[in-house]
Design a protein around this ligand. Sequence first.
Ligand SMILES: N[C@@H](CCC(=O)N[C@@H](CS)C(=O)NCC(=O)O)C(=O)O
Length: 210
Amino acid sequence: MHTLFGTRGSGSAAAEAALALAAVEFTSVDAASWEAGPGRDELRRVNPLCQIPTLVLPDGSVLTESAAILIHLGLAHPASGLLPAGAAERAQAIRGLVYVAANCYAAIGVIDFPERWCTETDEATAKRIKAGSTQRLHYLWEVFADTFPARPFLGGPHIGALDVLAAVVSKWSGSRKHLATARPAFSALLARIESEPRVAPVFARHWPPA
Ligand SMILES: N[C@@H](CCC(=O)N[C@@H](CS)C(=O)NCC(=O)O)C(=O)O
């Protein structure tokens, strides 16, 4: 059995959606670095960075890094369509997954924890770091939208790993609001991804409608 560490409204939604698309059963441990409790203690034992998503595979090995988790699930379950079957399309999907993780997700790490990326961070400095990183994040999404065409999904005819990671990581720091006007077609794609029947319940659990 796979074990997924995560919590509501977090990046674990991407791993959860991918597990749903691959029809892989898993147990959940509610855990996050910002929530004290037994889940967090257990998470820290398997991932010293205490970040989610963290996936423990049935053989006990630990997978961190959302892109690695999704690529692994795609390779381990080729029939899921998480990764495109063709080598050229698969290469672009992997490029997209690493782009989102290395650029967009990393920027969110700075926005959420500016004090980790600066010394003696006073409130005004933290505010400036957040503002600059948010601007950069929105630009990074514009470039993503211009670089990765939807046909009609990002990996081709079917929903895949890149779709779910883009849909989850764009949930934060005003990215959706920005994209609605800056890249309306991409914004519509994100809405389509969220409403895919196997993905919609995951999004509804993580971001319950108000
Ligand atoms: N590089 C990691 C980043 C994961 C990440 O930053 N996750 C957030 C939650 S969405 C987290 O656990 N942050 C808590 C912390 O860094 O203390 C990935 O791509 O999965």
